[in-house]
Design a protein around this ligand. Sequence first.
Ligand code: PLP
Length: 455
Amino acid sequence: MPLNHLPTAELQALDAAHHLHPFTDGDALNAKGARIITGAKGVFLTDSEGQEILDGMAGLWCVNIGYGRRELAEAAARQMQELPFYNTFFQTSHVPAIELAARLAELCPGDLNHAFFNGSGSDSNDTNLRMVRHYWAAKGKPGKTVVISRWNGYHGSTMGGGSLGGMKGIHKQGGLPIPDITHINQPDWWSEGGDMTPEDFGLMRAQELEAKILDLGEDRVAAFIAEPVQGAGGVIVPPATYWPEIQRICDRYEILLIADEVITGFGRTGKWFGSQTMGIRPDIMTLAKGLSSGYIPIGASMVSDEVARTINSADEFAHGYTYSGHPVAAAVALENLRILDEEGIVERAGSEIAPYLAEAWESLGDHPMVGETRIAGLMGSLAMTPDRERRAKFAAKEGTVGLICRERCFANNLVMRHVGDRMIISPPLVISHGEIDLLAERARRALDETFEEVK
Ligand code: PLP
């Protein structure tokens, strides 16, 4: 029986009774009740109380195309009637998976011409972890098993993805990281750069990769994985010196470079891929989220000609998911890519929306509680601080002020996320200039109210 007619309190009670939420303190949530989202159009959500909320996060960084595109629903319905499921194991294939793989090969930079399909970002990174080890074994170097990642990076929350990520909260639970994954420091100048210039700091942090490789021995290291711009870690845009040095080191020591583009893919940084924005040449790219604009779960590992050739000529890669290349998910992703391309959404995001958003976002930098604003295309963050000059932290436990601000955003019908005491945005790429003005106005009001509460 559909429950749409139930009052909010009854829905909240059922939710509390039966629904365990991801990344949520259950008791805290159940004490106040979940906010229940009932619909969405463009960049706005509607909740069960009839409020219209501006979604400054595009869901979870994923609804690039905006909400309510009928064409994606129709693509799913058509595909469900024609072929709702078939697998891609055991020497079979189907048209949507073939077409999507070929389309991704056209869109992705360099010779990333081959797609291994997965169900999400996390399990795409699990695929990558297994694949790079299989790759080096096939090349006669089975000792190359270590993957180097970064503290405060995020690569999902499966055993593999959570281990590759460098989130202490995830590592604290369940025995992570699994063996042969090791971390270096992140290029977060605001929090960790001290008296160094951003450029010197970026170089220093990149060179930690070289030191780690030399420490472990080149013959032990399979790959380095990183997000072109860290998302869940707080939208950390690296200094300009960082990525060229990382690329040099990967080339020099023959380390596979995995760009985790789960957030940065499909227009988020103003180009199709964050690797293009950062000028890097990955051997493998992790895709999910914007691939279907979040309308249906799907992920992919895009790999270079050399990686694909090696995997294909080795013993069977004993890996795959029932839903690898799911035909309905592939059909929805194809329709999403068609619209992003034909309507010029990615192109306009880079040329028109990103500069306007940057100006609006950076204008918040004059607020007494804002230390710095950062933005890369359509992903931005601002650091809240009691003292901008000293880049100081609040006396209260880290994240307390961030949480207050997030609640003030909700109260002002704006979704912004907080990471510690940093506020984050990542709106749908289709956001208009007027909607950006509204976002900035509501964000300022939320900052004012937070300031009143904590000063
Ligand atoms: N990689 C990155 C960079 C992400 O931001 C995320 C999710 O936010 C993931 C991987 C995990 O993706 P999923 O939640 O689809 O498993």
